[in-house]
Design a protein around this ligand. Structure first.
Ligand code: ADP
Ligand code: MG
Length: 406
């Protein structure tokens, strides 16, 4: 119900279904040559009409892939039946040509290809039947120009395919644009937040930390146990300071930051060496496969920060003993990097929330790592995407513009 009604309003859907229902009823009762005979053909017409209307009325409640297939099959059966039952009505042939168009309504590519194939197959069967078996020339309109009808059928399928293809590409582009808009909106809010947080919290923290350090080093009024507590407090304050610094790096980006030719292989080697010991805490290993020709223009510290955040998340998501794979290769004008883990994975809603400030599902997480990654990626005109499946793992794909070393 949810997805369908976001695309089409309930009122419009039911109005159209009622209109179809009325047309089907009129077709059954008014001027129908079989009306009153109640033979098997007419009963089949009535039966399929009832099933089709029931399916259309029930669809919003059971919005499911299988149900869509059922609708296409029932609609095809209904339209092919009226084609067979009323050979004197020339226009029923038009409906056969447009069966795959019904599936465009659902924007389900598998369903579309299924209906295209299913219709092609059904048409081949009726074509052969009429060509070989119709000795009494019942389907005279169809037979009069057999080749022309086949050409029309094929052309209509090609047009429907083109309509579907272009609409689909356009919709995907719009979706991507919308996601990018959401991300940049997120970053804007983050920047404003960062400035406020940094100003309000950083100074008092520094004062408190300074006094704690002073009392720990100098004052004799405190015993060793109390001084141990001071050390803990200072550690916590350091963590808080680190979070604020991360924020600040977004709010006030350093304009003089040095851009250089970065050898992806060298940096990834040093990052994975650094994180290997972190992974060993839970017996996680890191596998690295990097091509030699991967160079980008970036600030190496920022690039390291980006990769550390992503690989660290992969290790933290992994189960005991699992490995994390890091791949990097040249792909046209980009360097494509993949960080693959076989850990807890994420639901679609969780993936959509990534990059939101403070979004973290970890008890000790800051929820800032990915926000910084999005920021860095945007700065370098790159892209980042997540393919994740709950319980199976996650693949993070990063693309950054490649450059040729001189
Ligand atoms: P943090 O690591 O501090 O929680 P991040 O911004 O790095 O913050 O990540 C945000 C959240 O995204 C994490 O808490 C985690 O739930 C989810 N996440 C990120 N990467 C992965 C991954 N590879 N597998 C599963 N969940 C992930
Ligand atoms: Mg993280």
């Amino acid at each position: 119900m949810k997805e369908f009604y976001t695309l089409i309003s309930k009122k419009i859907y039911y109005s159209v279904v009622f209109m179809i229902m009325a047309l089907i009823m009129i077709g059954l009762l008014l001027g129908n040559p079989r009306f009153g005979e109640y033979d098997a053909g007419y009963m089949l017409h009535i039966g399929l009409a009832i099933v089709l209307i029931a399916c259309l009325l029930l669809y919003p409640k059971y919005e499911h892939h299988i149900f869509r297939i059922i609708i296409i099959v029932v609609a095809s059966a209904f339209l092919y039946t009226i084609f067979f039952l009323y050979p004197e009505t020339r226009s029923t042939f038009i409906f056969l040509c447009f069966i795959p168009a019904i599936s465009i309504l659902f924007f389900d590519s598998k369903l579309f290809y299924f209906s295209l194939l299913f219709n092609g197959l059904s048409f081949t069967i009726i074509f052969n039947y009429i060509f070989l078996m119709d000795h009494d020339n019942v389907y005279v309109y169809f037979k009069q120009d057999l080749v022309g009808n086949v050409i029309n059928f094929l052309a209509s399928q090609a047009i429907i395919y083109l309509i579907y293809h272009f609409t689909n590409v356009r919709m995907r582009k719009q979706k991507l644009y919308y996601e990018q808009l959401q991300n940049s909106e997120r970053l804007k809010t983050t920047g404003q937040l960062a400035a406020a947080v940094a100003h309000e919290i950083r100074n008092p923290l520094t004062v408190v930390k300074g006094f704690l350090q002073f009392y720990r080093e100098k004052d004799t009024a405190f015993d060793d146990e109390a001084k141990g507590h001071f050390t803990l407090m200072i550690d916590e304050l350091n963590t808080a300071e680190q979070v604020i610094s991360q924020f600040l790096s977004i709010a006030k980006p350093d304009k003089n930051i040095k851009m250089e030719l970065v050898n992806v292989k060298v940096i990834l080697q040093s990052v994975t060496d650094l994180l290997r010991s972190y992974g060993l805490l839970h017996d996680n290993t890191i596998e690295l496969n990097v091509d030699d020709n991967c160079f980008i223009c970036a600030n190496s510290i920022e690039y390291k920060q980006l990769m550390i955040n992503i690989i660290k998340n992969a290790i933290e998501a992994s189960n005991l003993g699992d490995s994390v794979t890091v791949n990097a290769k040249r792909k046209n004008d980009f360097v494509e990097m993949e960080v693959i883990d076989y850990g807890c994975g994420m639901s679609e809603a969780e993936v959509a929330a990534l990059g939101t400030p403070f979004y973290s599902l970890k008890s000790n997480g800051t929820g800032l790592g990915l926000m910084i990654c999005y920021h860095i990626i945007e700065k370098y005109n790159g892209t980042i995407s997540f393919q994740s499946s709950e319980g199976k793992g996650t693949t993070v794909t990063l693309c950054l513009p490649a450059i040729k070393p001189v």
